[in-house]
Design a protein around this ligand. Structure first.
Ligand SMILES: Cc1ncc(COP(=O)(O)O)c(C=O)c1O
Length: 388
């Protein structure tokens, strides 16, 4: 089937949830993906920041194939070597004594964090930031900002208080002795790639400690090295009580994780759980992603590629009348325009670059960590062709 036929089929049979962007993908290799007609794209969408090792990375393909032929299913009451190894590594990455819960998506990792916070504190309320996105299941949706996503599904969890992002005074008035947790993205992704200020995150930490509330860092999009450090909060010298991961952790295989300080881990057996969480296939993929990040020095590469790209983009875009600013950290990059980003995104795709929106006027780039400087240069050059 060709691209148009594939799109038509999905539009016919899928629930009306996603819309389509006029592109179908058939295969990928490294930072490239091809459509059924053989057109090649540089993929800076990576399944929304998922394929951090690029497509068909040989180590990941080998690990998944090996594990698929060995053991795919092993419910968590039965132990498994890949799971144990991953749990040990994730808790070591967190730093202080901690424990982890494995699941299969970002929203599930947030859901577990919210339940854990209620269980630990005995409080009901949550504080979340304006423009935050934390997922679509009922708990995660409750702390997500956009009214349009929430309104049809009320009543959700409550009470929820919205605090202004990067506003310390707003934190002081919203986080109280009734708050179970404050949940923040160190870099708001869907909200437009907006980075928290260091003094803001430090104040958030202090205020939570002072009020007896937990601090949850939602690193579903910013984590796993996307900013040049494993957790984005590592840039700011703070330690949350709970951190949520997903997206890049499995390099394409669905997996999420909620990691929490040991003292916070108040769940008792069967108070929380999931069938697929911690399955050996996903754990083998995640272990390989972590091995590859370490072995290939990908955190350092992301940091230096990010600096290179910021400089390239500012050189090629700063004189354009439609250009407003560049934001982000590492390979978590946004180009904000003064006009809607829909048409430039379509033009980018037509010229062989896949990128994402993040709000009305933002072009978001989430390239794989293995991308070459050549391809980054092509992306910057193509952006300068489609922005006037
Ligand atoms: C910060 C953040 N949290 C949670 C989620 C939800 O993740 P998922 O779509 O895997 O449920 C997302 C997804 O974009 C996200 O960016």
């Amino acid at each position: 089937m060709n691209t148009q036929e594939l799109i038509a089929k999905e539009l016919k049979y899928e629930m009306n949830l996603y819309g389509k962007r006029g592109v179908a993908l058939e295969r990928g290799q490294g930072e490239f993906a091809w459509d059924p007609e053989g057109k090649r794209y540089i993929d800076c969408s990576t399944g929304v920041g998922v394929a951090i090792l690029g497509h068909a990375h040989p180590a990941l393909v080998a690990a998944i194939s090996r594990q698929a032929g060995k053991l795919m299913s092993c419910y968590s009451p039965f132990a498994n070597e890949e799971r144990g190894r991953l749990l040990e590594r994730l808790t070591n990455l967190f730093g202080s004594p901690s424990r982890a819960f494995l699941c299969s998506s970002g929203t599930e990792s947030v859901e577990a964090a919210l339940k854990l916070a209620r269980k630990k504190t005995g409080r009901k309320g949550f504080v979340s930031a304006m423009n935050a996105f934390h997922g679509r299941s009922s708990g995660a949706l409750s702390v997500t900002f956009k009214e349009k996503y929430r309104a049809p599904f009320e009543p959700l969890l409550g009470p929820i208080t919205r605090t202004r992002f990067n506003d310390i005074e707003s934190l002081k008035s919203t986080v109280t002795s009734e708050t179970a947790a404050l949940i923040l993205e160190p870099i708001q992704g869907e909200g437009g790639v907006r980075t928290a200020r260091e003094d803001y995150l430090r104040a958030a930490r202090d205020i939570c400690t002072d009020k007896g509330a937990l601090l949850i860092a939602d690193e579903v999009q910013s984590g796993c090295g996307r900013t040049g450090k494993f957790f984005a909060y590592n840039h700011f010298g703070i330690s949350p009580d709970i951190v949520c991961l997903a997206k890049g952790l499995g390099g394409g295989i669905p997996i999420g994780a909620t990691i929490a300080r040991e003292e916070v881990c108040a769940f008792t057996p069967l108070e929380h759980g999931t069938t697929f969480g911690g399955n050996p296939l996903a754990c083998a993929a995640a272990n390989t992603v972590l091995d590859t990040i370490e072995k290939d020095g990908l955190l350092e590469k992301v940091a230096s590629d990010g600096a290179y790209m910021a400089q390239k983009l500012s050189a090629s875009l700063s004189s354009k009348s439609q250009f407003r600013e560049i934001r982000g950290m590492g390979l978590f990059i946004a180009v904000e325009l003064k006009v809607p980003s829909k048409e430039p995104l379509a033009q980018l795709a037509a010229r062989g670059v896949l990128a994402l929106p993040a709000g009305e006027q933002v072009i978001r780039l989430l390239p794989p960590f293995i991308i070459s400087r050549d391809s980054l240069g092509t992306v910057a050059g193509t952006l300068s062709e489609v922005i006037s």
